[in-house]
Design a protein around this ligand. Structure first.
Ligand SMILES: [Zn+2]
Length: 323
């Protein structure tokens, strides 16, 4: 049976959900976070909260973005922010806009700044959807080490009650679902920025949540990235009809093609220059000094990220060439 929004059964079910979510939400007391969290409307049904620029421990941990979609039959959230109190605050902000239950949370990737708020949504009964790569990450030693580190560096926002949440659904490649009159496409791009990066495309709004695969108008952090896989992902995204793109950090982009092309140019350039150095057996320090970085020096995060990025790519290409 297909329920429509006006049917009494539907209304009854929605109220039951709401009651269940309110009760569950009261189970945990999270301290209020001393940050601004203005909600920006991106399209008819899509909203965004934008973290501050800075390192992971700045702004009470509110340094990444999260968004949500109000569908008429429930809310879909993208990313869970970096601490449970921040996620709790996000729920409060969602409640100012709609009483609809939070049904799904799509996680871009399991880095602490995007994932440590998950428990709040799991406790509300939302289904957590993530890349299949997250399963491996959660069973790795580094997951526990990271949590211990954040309990120190982000106290009291991350504390003994903060836990790593195992997602309910793992996406291998593409996963589509429909809620209200909206279509959602979750795509696992495999290893790009992390061990498993997921994007969410929302129709009919044509909004793309890109997670950390795309950085708007700044130099990306490559970290342990697989730059070859990342470039393939960008090619796929370029073929998508996107009206607005919401990155994992920084402002949303209403010119996604330009954003894509900056990330692409940067990745290609670093790979090309470091590739030449590796092929010619030039040591990293010397190679780095020789490269002309002029095209990228003006972008934010260049000073913080570029040398480390280049070094990571140098090492990965060296490993590739030895294989
Ligand atoms: Zn991030």
């Amino acid at each position: 049976m297909r329920l429509n929004a006006s049917s009494p059964i539907h209304v009854g079910m929605a109220m039951l959900w709401l009651f269940a979510q309110t009760a569950a939400g009261q189970g945990m007391n999270y301290p209020p976070v001393p940050v601004e969290m203005p909600v920006k409307r991106v399209s008819q049904s899509v909203y965004l909260v934008q973290g501050a620029a800075g390192i992971a421990t700045d702004n009470a941990g509110f340094v990444s973005n999260a968004g949500f979609v109000v569908t008429g039959e429930g809310v879909v959230v993208f990313d869970a922010l970096g601490t449970p109190p921040l996620a709790h605050r996000l729920v409060t902000e969602i409640r100012r806009i709609t009483p609809e239950p939070i049904r799904h949370v799509v996680l871009s990737h399991f880095h602490a700044d995007h994932a440590y708020g998950l428990q709040v949504f799991a406790d509300l009964g939302a289904e957590i959807i993530a890349s299949s790569g997250v399963r491996e990450y959660l069973s790795s030693e580094i997951a526990g080490t990271r949590l211990a580190e954040r309990r120190r560096s982000l106290a009291p926002w991350v504390d003994a009650s903060t836990r790593l949440v195992m997602p309910h659904r793992f996406v291998e490649s593409d996963y589509r679902f429909r809620l209200g009159d909206h279509d959602f496409l979750v795509t696992n791009h495999g290893s790009a920025h992390s061990e498993g990066d997921v994007t969410l495309y929302v129709e009919p709004d044509r909004v793309l949540f890109s997670g950390d695969i795309l950085f708007e108008a700044r130099i990306p952090f490559l970290g342990s990235a697989n730059t070859r896989g990342w470039l393939q992902t960008l090619t796929k995204l370029e073929a998508t009809d996107v009206r607005a793109m919401i990155p994992g950090h920084g402002p949303m982009s209403d010119h996604p093609k330009q954003t894509l092309s900056l990330t692409r140019r940067y990745l290609q350039y670093v790979r090309q220059e470091m590739g030449n150095a590796v092929a010619d057996w030039v040591p990293f320090d010397e190679a780095y000094e020789r490269v002309n970085w002029e095209d990228f020096m003006e972008y934010p995060a260049f000073l913080e990220a570029n040398r480390r990025n280049a070094y990571a790519v140098y090492l990965s290409l060296e490993a590739e060439s030895l294989r």
